[in-house]
Design a protein. Structure first.
Length: 711
């Protein structure tokens, strides 16, 4: 029952792909048999090549469009779908925008309309750019340029601008300047000022303020107030680039006092951030910290929505960068408490920005707590270890009931990403180097924290660390799980809120296994898994095959204390609210349970959800709250604890781990101790001792949860 559906590793997936599970089975077999690292590596390489060759992205999107078009009760023209795609992208509805553009793509191919083909590819380029999927954005932009358009300016200008935007976001500003110049030369009179504004910002980044000022002086004043505010931000940025920080600070202060309609708070936030950057340039870190404090003081009142005008002007503003600046500045001036609390606030804000009012979020899920509240909640042997990945370092805090330690670890965020990728690859591919990498990474990340053996750890990751199995890091020759019970939380606020809930729940299991979709999705091991687990709970309900439906899940799961799902799961990289669990077909159609639907379920009565599915713990990375998909959906809907996986899982190992975990729960041990026992049980099996087998599952949320003994 090795469950994998990505076309690449989860972070870089292009689209949904059904991948034959036999590939992961072969890899697990190779590792189990003790094959040489090179053999396991070769197996993984062949597996990845097979996955990548399984489908062509354009053909896949066209096929998706055909299915979606067939399901539409009201059929629109291809050009109407293009208009729909643009409007949805502007509103931040990225997955829906892709679906509309895919329908246009299908109709363009069906009618052999080259103009519609060009426009559909243009729209796909724009939405993938907005969503941060840069490789796809560039590929679709270049594809759009290949097709003849009736009005070339409607395609060439936006396509070249998307390519420039991608290059800017990759920090290749010189290439971006060239692309923006091409866009400007081939844009309509209406679109050209937006391209010129992007060009000005790229020139600032390349260190050419003289030409930037010349172009800026020729820009016509935007009629739109929000675009005008963006241009004025660019003027202040230019002053900083010209090494005039005092003048820049004065202009930013003027902008902070300006009213810009209903979004004034948003632009004032950026103005105060500009004051902070100006004060930094003047060498006054305390004044800069105070300015960031003012910038973020009103962030809770700023509307969470997607702002496409920033992309149009080439600014690519990221609210999380303001939080980053605050975390770094308060750490530098020795205010560890304030730095930690800003790190915490960034996570709740990122959740709001990801959802943007498109789904119901409980007030509790969006609330951040202060340090004192956290400390009052912790038991003497409990420690919260919170990280924040900054561009130039990793900031870490260790919080106990009466202590807080702050540590700046000199690892740049880009380097940290590479370290985590290297470690994950060595684990997932079964390489012996995984042990060496675990030693190196454990010493780098955990060594400076001076953790004491036996302490119960609640780890709050950040950035790339959400892909890291902390339990598999090693210190002094031992895995972390051997010396510490370990769990994970999206934020310390969520950890505290969940720890206060449901100390003990009834031993009542509802399990879904091997939902019937199509032959290629069959997971016979999943059916065996849920039936075996049910034996541990005299009160149980098991749904397999055609019974394991979304309707059944919605009707039953929200009323069940313990829910176990053994099925395929897919993380949506373009829009986390559309990550989905594949449940059984209903009425002859595929019926997926999507993350936005989970958010709307009343799951306050559900204490524990286990997703025994490949990479179910992954989702889209945001810089604040990070993995936004199943984890946040279940916890925000009211679930107290969640167990999910970080990579494809092995049948044999999962059977041992889950069997031990549930057996320990049934004995009355809390879920953190039960998870530790389960992972150690697998680790102690000689053929399953590699981290590939025992480390994929994370316990997220209420680490204190207990299950009442069965009657």
């Amino acid at each position: 029952m090795d469950r994998s559906l990505d076309s690449e590793r989860a972070r870089r997936a292009w689209r949904w792909l059904a991948v034959p599970c036999i590939a992961w089975s072969l890899l697990a077999t190779a590792i189990t048999a003790g094959a040489q690292a090179a053999d396991a590596e070769a197996t993984a390489g062949r597996m990845e090549q097979a996955r990548l060759a399984d489908t062509d992205t354009l053909l896949a999107l066209t096929a998706d469009g055909a299915v979606l078009y067939g399901q539409d009760r009201v059929k629109l023209s291809g050009y109407q779908y293009c208009s729909q795609a643009v409007a949805l992208a502007e509103a931040g509805e990225f997955r829906q925008s892709v679906r509309a553009a895919s329908k246009a793509l299908h109709l363009a191919n069906a009618t052999q309309d080259p103009n519609l083909l060009a426009l559909a590819h243009r729209d796909l380029a724009i939405v993938y750019s907005y969503s941060g999927q840069l490789d796809k954005a560039e590929a679709f932009a270049r594809e759009a340029l290949k097709h003849p358009a009736r009005d070339p300016q409607l395609v060439a200008g936006p396509a070249h601008k998307v390519i420039g935007d991608v290059q800017s976001r990759r920090n290749d500003h010189a290439a971006a300047v060239a692309s923006y110049e091409l866009a400007a030369a081939q844009s309509s009179a209406r679109y050209q000022p937006l391209v010129q504004a992007s060009l000005v910002n790229a020139l600032i980044e390349t260190g050419n303020p003289q030409r930037a000022r010349e172009l800026l002086s020729r820009l016509p004043p935007p009629r739109d107030a929000t675009l005008a505010a963006q241009v004025d931000r660019t003027r202040a940025r230019l002053l900083l680039a010209e090494n005039k920080p005092a003048e820049a600070r004065d202009l930013y202060r003027q902008l902070a006092a300006r009213q810009v309609g209903t979004d004034s708070g948003y632009y004032q936030l950026w103005a105060w951030d500009g004051v902070a950057r100006s004060e930094l340039a003047l060498g006054d870190k305390q004044a800069a910290a105070d300015a960031v404090g003012r910038a973020l003081g009103g962030v809770d009142s700023v509307r969470a929505r997607f702002r496409s005008e920033e992309f149009k002007m080439g600014l690519f503003s990221d609210l999380q960068s303001v939080f980053e600046r605050g975390v770094a500045l308060y750490s530098d001036v020795g205010d560890a408490n304030r730095a930690l609390e800003l790190s915490e606030r960034s996570r709740s804000r990122a959740l709001l920005d990801a959802v943007r009012g498109r789904a119901r979020i409980s007030e509790e899920a969006a609330t951040s707590i202060d340090l004192a509240t956290l400390q009052r909640t912790l038991a003497p042997d409990e420690r919260v270890v919170q990280f924040h990945a900054l561009p130039d370092r990793l900031q870490a805090w260790v919080v106990g009931p009466d202590s807080i330690g702050s540590q700046s670890i000199p690892i740049r965020r880009d380097d940290l990403t590479e370290l985590v990728d290297t470690f994950r690859n060595s684990v997932v591919r079964g390489r012996r180097a995984a042990i060496t990498n675990a030693d190196k990474l454990g010493e780098a990340l955990l060594g400076p924290l001076k953790l004491k053996a036996g302490e119960r750890l609640v780890i709050v990751p950040h950035g790339p660390l959400h892909y890291l199995p902390f339990q598999a890091l090693r210190l002094e020759g031992r895995y972390l799980i051997e010396t510490h019970p370990v769990s994970v939380a999206p934020s310390m606020s969520i950890a505290v809120q969940l720890a206060r809930r449901s100390p003990t729940v009834a031993a009542d299991l509802t399990a879904f296994g091997n939902p019937r979709i199509a032959d290629k999705y069959d997971l016979p091991g999943a059916e065996t898994e849920v039936k075996e687990l049910a034996r541990l709970f005299p009160r149980n309900s098991v749904y397999t095959g055609i019974q394991a439906t979304k309707t059944q899940f919605r009707d039953i799961a929200a009323r069940s204390p313990i829910v176990h799902v053994a099925a395929h799961a897919e993380a949506d990289q373009i829009d986390p609210l559309y990550s989905r669990i594949l449940l059984a077909n209903e009425n002859g159609q595929e019926n997926f349970l999507e993350a936005h639907e989970i958010l709307g379920l009343p799951m306050q009565g559900t204490a524990l959800v286990t997703l025994s599915a490949c990479e179910s713990g992954l989702g889209r990375i945001a810089q604040g709250d990070e993995v936004l998909g199943f984890t946040r959906s279940f916890l925000s809907a009211g679930t107290s604890s969640l167990i999910s996986s970080l990579w494809p899982v092995s049948d044999d190992a999962t059977a041992v781990l889950m069997g031990t975990l549930y057996a320990e729960l049934a004995k009355g041990r809390d879920v953190q101790q039960a998870m530790q026992a389960g992972q150690l049980a697998v680790l102690r099996e000689p053929k399953l001792a590699h981290p590939f087998f025992w480390a994929p599952f994370n316990l997220i949320g209420n680490w204190r949860l207990k299950v009442g003994s069965p009657a």
